[in-house]
Write a protein that binds this ligand. Structure first.
Ligand code: FMN
Length: 444
């Protein structure tokens, strides 16, 4: 069983015990010194640089992320970040009031580049898995629409780009782009690609004629429309939850900006949401039975609807339900002491800095991840499960231990852990009085 020494380090316990007070003393002295200097002053900055390595690991992860971002956007389009961000920007342009006659001029070429890369990647993956219905890029022999034609397309109407709204049943499979990915994406069906296709088609149709657009529209039209499915979890218990139905009345409608149906009242009343928020508590005592993965995936379908900066969703939930691994993962954190042994499932929410081309966005893995985590735990509650979010302190030895245990890549940072299980009805939960709304509010 992959147990870790307490504290996560590899040194003998006697040595660790001897070093602990020395380190604690040094940390306290450092904090006391830093508290005396004026933040932002040259002395403060210098001291901080000399005395603090607190951000070193994050710095390295950010650097690794930037490097990976640059490698992948140019080459293999495994990294969806650029495409998702640009398509999101096109959607904002399409929804703008008033809409400009031409927009996105400075990035439409880059967007079509990213679309073409992902198109080729998805098609290659599908062919590798033996899916004969996967679209074949023109270079490989088959051209769609105006493929191969020179000059601007005959018509600006999007009809030639818009797919027939057919759905194709395909067997579930393991996605090839990430080892151990859960779910059952239909072969060759890629939600990001379909969304990108539809938004690009709409953009080309909506923008006034412009030579830059005409050139990019030719490139775009040369690629066959991607195959469509009901959603990325087709064939799994979470299929209905994740399908695009519910966004619009027509699940097969193009995935472009739309007017929400506001005639119906919200499906959840305020009182119900408040009751759910009050019911959810951090639960640390669980019944021993395993958590069905299908239940976790249903909760994840809710979490996946969370907002995310530029819709990049730069995180992944690494889920463990093997008893030995759960225990080992739980033991890497500090906050599971005393109850780690009774946790049936644990998720590590891992932020991926590879989604960002610049350090300025480094905090988004934590923000977007936390938003998704909140939705996840509320959804778990509705499914009869309980959870406890677990702090991931930024401690070198622990992070190294977790990275080794679950195989974190250089740009990946744990955001938090989430203990999950069926609540033990006899287990107590702390009352955890909340601040009054007035204490959390200041207008202006
Ligand atoms: C980011 C975060 C980290 C947390 N870390 C831990 C932890 O390490 N161990 C633990 O037992 N609970 C942890 N909790 C749970 C909090 O203690 C709990 O949310 C808080 O006391 C309020 O209780 P409630 O969740 O029942 O409303 C954490 C919660 C959050 C949001």
């Amino acid at each position: 069983m992959p147990r870790l020494p307490r504290g996560g380090g590899g040194a003998p316990a006697i040595l660790r015990r001897a070093v602990r007070p020395v380190r604690a003393g040094w940390d306290e002295a450092r904090r006391a010194l830093l508290a005396r200097v004026r933040p932002g002053s040259p002395a403060g900055r210098l001291l901080y640089r000399l005395l603090c390595e607190d951000f070193t690991r994050e710095q390295q992860a950010v650097l690794a992320g930037i490097r990976r971002y640059r490698d992948e956007v140019r080459t293999e389009a495994r990294n969806q970040a650029l495409l998702r961000r640009r398509i999101h920007m096109l959607e904002k342009g399409l929804a703008m009031r008033p809409r400009r006659a031409v927009f996105a001029l400075d990035y439409i070429a880059e967007t079509v580049d990213a679309y073409a890369l992902r198109h080729a990647h998805v098609a290659a993956e599908a062919r590798r898995r033996g899916d004969e219905t996967a679209p074949v890029p023109p270079a490989a022999g088959r051209a769609g629409g105006e493929a191969g034609s020179e000059g601007p397309p005959a018509s600006r109407a999007p009809a030639s780009h818009m797919p027939a709204p057919a759905t194709r049943a395909a067997p579930p499979h393991r996605a090839a782009t990430g080892g151990g990915r859960a779910g059952g994406e239909a072969a060759g069906v890629d939600d990001t690609l379909i969304w990108a296709h539809d938004v690009l088609a709409r953009t080309f149709a909506a923008c006034a004629p412009h030579p830059v657009f005409a050139q990019q529209e030719v490139r775009f039209a040369a690629l066959p429309p991607p195959p469509r499915g009901a959603g990325p979890h087709e064939g799994t218990p979470a299929a209905a939850d994740h399908s695009t139905a519910g966004r619009t009345r027509d699940a097969a409608a193009p995935r472009i900006p739309y007017a929400r149906d506001l005639a119906e009242p919200p499906p959840v009343a305020y009182a119900d949401l408040l009751a759910l928020a009050r019911r959810r508590r951090s639960v640390r005592w669980f019944r021993p039975e395993p958590v069905p993965r299908a239940l976790f995936e249903r909760a994840l379908a809710v979490a996946a609807q969370s907002p995310s900066a530029c819709n990049r969703q730069p995180f992944v939930f690494r889920v463990f339900d093997d008893a030995a691994m759960v225990r080992a993962v739980a033991d890497t954190a500090m906050g599971t002491r005393g109850y780690a042994h009774n946790v049936p499932m644990i998720a590590v929410l891992v932020g991926q800095q590879r989604h960002f081309f610049d350090a300025r966005d480094r905090h988004l893995v934590y923000i977007d991840g936390a938003l998704a985590a909140m939705a996840l735990v509320l959804a778990l509650e509705t499914l009869g499960l309980a959870s406890c979010l677990v702090n991931w302190p930024d401690i070198e030895a622990r992070e190294a231990a977790l990275a080794a245990l679950i195989g974190l890549e250089a740009d990946e940072r744990p955001v938090m852990l989430i203990a999950i299980g069926h609540p033990d009805p006899d287990g107590l939960v702390p009352f955890s009085a909340k601040k009054a709304p007035g204490d959390l509010l200041r207008y202006g």
